[in-house]
Ligand binder design. Structure first.
Ligand SMILES: [Zn+2]
Length: 299
């Protein structure tokens, strides 16, 4: 048990280290998984020195070197240890979902949601740095969404009839809002539900783009919400939009008030990180948040 736990976490750290390379070497011209671009030894971005093996150990190298390049002393990007750690925790998802790792069912659900969260990590870091979301990541999420529609088998099912590992999803009947999802309708068929969610996502973001003349959100956000619609379904996608834009807009206002001069033109913030953050919140706390909301208004 502990060995698997440890092994998955280490695997996560290593994958996170790879995600950093993909994320930081990405440019719209070169694309995401360009072999030429990704191969080649890692170098210090400041002095160009090729890094030795002991400078490439996830998290530990950063800590031992106190966040500095060993040759030139340049500050290393905080993204390195943060993404590595986050990826390490993402790989522990099976333990959170199932309490233990049983091969028969857990594998599909684990692979789906680990992949989703790793894509979120890439969206966070790339959208933060370049203010764009690579199409490949949105398409990847959409494809995973269709796999989830096809094979999760949790839609509308009663948790009492599901194997232990599935019961957490069974309680939600295919929505992270559980019984609350019924209030929003469209629950007869999973295909109709999830494709409607994608269309609704496209419509809302399309409307925002039209109303703000493209200054608020962009096409990357529109495609992202379509993909999240396919994956999460209705009404989860509405929750993701509302929470994501509320937090994103608040952060944007805070930035403009707090440090408008220092940020200058960059006071505009990317919405991708906030939409995916809302998607993570929906996954872990969707039902609790909605219950709190309804209780607050006494419904
Ligand atoms: Zn250096």
């Amino acid at each position: 048990m502990f060995v698997i736990f440890f092994f998955l976490f280490i695997l996560g750290l290593i994958v996170g280290s790879f995600l950093n390379v993909v994320s930081l070497r990405y440019s719209p011209e070169k694309g995401l998984f360009n072999f030429h671009n990704l191969s080649g030894r890692s170098r210090c971005l400041h002095c160009g020195k090729t890094l030795r093996w002991h400078e490439l150990i996830p998290v530990f190298s950063f800590l031992i070197q106190k966040g500095q390049c060993r040759s030139c002393g340049a500050k290393l990007n905080w993204q390195y240890p943060l993404v590595e750690l986050a990826s390490g925790f993402v790989f522990l998802l099976p333990f959170y979902l199932f309490g233990h790792f049983t091969f028969h069912f857990s594998l599909f659900t684990s692979v789906v949601w680990i992949s989703v969260f790793l894509i979120f990590l890439l969206i966070w870091t790339i959208d933060y740095r370049l203010y764009l979301i690579p199409d490949g990541l949105n398409i990847g999420l959409g494809i995973i969404g269709i796999f989830w529609i096809l094979f999760s088998g949790v839609y509308g099912s009663d948790s009492a009839f599901l194997p232990p590992g599935l019961s957490r999803f069974g309680e939600f009947q295919g929505s992270f809002f559980g019984s609350y999802a019924g209030l929003f309708g469209l629950r007869q068929n999973i295909w109709i539900n999830h494709f409607a969610a994608a269309l609704i996502g496209i419509s809302i973001v399309g409307l925002v783009i039209l109303l703000t003349k493209g200054k608020g959100m962009g096409m990357g956000d529109l495609k992202l919400l379509a993909a999240l619609g396919l994956l999460y379904g209705w009404p989860d996608v509405l929750f993701i939009f509302i929470i994501g834009t509320t937090v994103g807009a608040s952060a944007s206002v805070a930035l403009m008030l707090g440090s408008a001069r220092r940020w200058g033109m960059k006071s505009q913030i990317p919405f991708g990180p906030f939409l995916t953050l809302a998607a993570v919140l929906a996954f872990f706390f969707g039902e609790q948040i909605l219950r709190g909301y309804f209780n607050f208004f006494g419904i």
